[in-house]
Design a protein around this ligand. Structure first.
Ligand code: LLP
Length: 423
């Protein structure tokens, strides 16, 4: 469920007509629905209630400060993968005890920053990283809370680029080797072993892979207990999928029902790290139609938004619903012949949709690209020296620009020309 709806042939975000925001702020433009964010967070909290569970929003999906602030106010924890994300979470007042730090290549500087911030734990991805964290913690005169990330070799049946828990992926430590790393944790004075972590991939649409991964993790936690290595946290990762075709999310209740019994008894606190589930359907990208073009049988609709604004279709072949912001046709199969909806970037791979049927649109019409709240602005770039779009947040009747459109000055900040003798 989301709060983007058509009323009398016009798309609204909550109580605000999308056309109104687009005509004021220009396009391309991201619009987020605060209510949708909170709705999804709430569904997860119901499925995974505190204190036995903790939701840690994975900031990488959408790191706008207003998004992080909204979730912070709702009591959410955070999963960060860089000092930048950690600082953003801290800026909005996040409790360090609710922050976990993931990532396969943390630098010494990042590890030091995480330890100084007093976060709950660092997820360890390799034996060498464990040693690095131990060194930094000892130099700081502290013990770093850690979880060891397992590679449980579970196939999540998703796009290969976003599969992370199979043997051939770079993430985590296979369970047999992990046993050694876990035992080593107990011997290192700078390390306090707190948890086990798995994250098997993203955009997962069935619960079975989670059940398998959590079962394997809990079996290991029980084994460790017998060796006198108690585990307090089981982090089952994120990856809960959304339905890009209908704008629905995988049911939080279904995941909760399948997983809760495995972790029952409050023996472990279970953490989840969802990103897309919370923000995916809470955002749209609004673009404007520029030109229609026909070459032989092939039709194109050229818009002012391209792969630098939203790279998911080009990178993963992802499907995003696209529909005019103002139209008499109810959403479905459009009456206009199929066309590729493309951007202005100088790459053949620059498209938002292929062979898509939408209603007839004239130049100047606004189009909404749905389910663009996660990994959308977050992956936007300045390719072709294009400023990144603004981000707007809507709450009921109110809306506000929560990130300004970049300017030419933003684009060249830090750059300089080369003049002879200036080096
Ligand atoms: N935890 C870890 C350790 C992760 O690596 C990720 C995502 C998450 C949690 C959150 O996953 P989510 O719940 O959002 O699926 N750019 C791709 C997705 C990359 C996901 C990276 N890791 C896309 O646009 O589909």
């Amino acid at each position: 469920m989301d709060f983007f709806n058509y009323r009398n042939g016009e798309l609204y975000c909550e109580e605000v007509p999308v056309r109104e925001i687009a005509s004021r702020e220009g396009t391309p433009l991201y619009i987020y629905s605060r209510r949708t964010l909170l709705h999804h967070h709430e569904r997860l909290r119901e499925a995974f209630p505190e204190p036995d569970f903790l939701v840690c929003y994975s900031i990488k999906a959408n790191s706008n400060l207003a998004v992080i602030q909204t979730l912070q106010d709702a009591g959410c924890g955070f999963d960060v993968v860089s000092v930048g994300e950690l600082k953003k979470a801290r800026m909005v007042g996040a409790d360090p005890e609710k922050i976990i730090f993931s990532g396969v290549g943390k630098t010494e500087e990042e590890i030091r920053h995480a330890i100084r911030s007093g976060i709950l734990m660092i997820n360890i991805e390799s034996d060498e990283e464990l040693i690095a964290v131990d060194h930094v913690a000892r130099a700081e005169g502290k013990r770093a809370g850690v979880a060891v990330r397992l590679n449980p070799d579970v196939d999540p049946s998703t796009h290969e680029y976003i599969t992370t828990g199979k043997e051939e992926n770079k993430f985590g430590i296979p369970i047999p080797e992990a046993r050694e790393v876990l035992r080593k944790c107990a011997r290192l004075p700078g390390i306090q072993l707190l948890g086990l972590h798995v994250h098997i991939g993203s955009q997962i649409t069935t619960v079975d892979p989670y059940v398998k991964a959590v079962e394997r993790t809990i079996a290991l936690a029980k084994e460790l207990e017998e060796e006198d290595l108690p585990i307090r946290y089981i982090n089952m990762g994120g990856g809960f999928g959304i339905d890009y075709r209908r704008g629905e999310a995988l049911s939080a209740a279904d995941i909760g029902e399948a997983v809760r019994p495995l972790a029952s008894g409050g023996r472990w606190k279970l953490l989840i790290e969802p990103g897309r589930f919370i923000v995916g359907n809470a955002g749209i990208l609004v673009v404007q139609a520029l030109y229609r073009k026909q070459m032989g049988k092939k039709r194109f609709l050229v818009t002012d938004g391209g792969m630098n604004d939203l790279i998911r279709p080009s990178l993963y072949g992802s499907y995003h619903r696209i529909w005019p912001v103002v139209t008499d046709e109810p959403e479905g199969e459009g009456s206009f012949p199929a066309a590729d909806i493309v951007g202005p970037i100088c790459e053949s791979g620059d498209f938002l949709a292929k062979d898509r049927k939408i209603p007839p649109v004239e130049a100047g019409a606004y189009l909404a690209v749905f389910s663009a709240g996660a990994y959308s602005f977050a992956m936007a770039s300045n390719y072709n020296s294009r400023p990144r779009p603004p981000e707007v947040m809507v709450d009921g009747k109110d809306w506000k620009v929560v990130r300004k459109r970049e300017t030419f000055e933003d684009l060249i900040r830090g750059e300089s020309t080369w003049e002879s003798g200036s080096a």
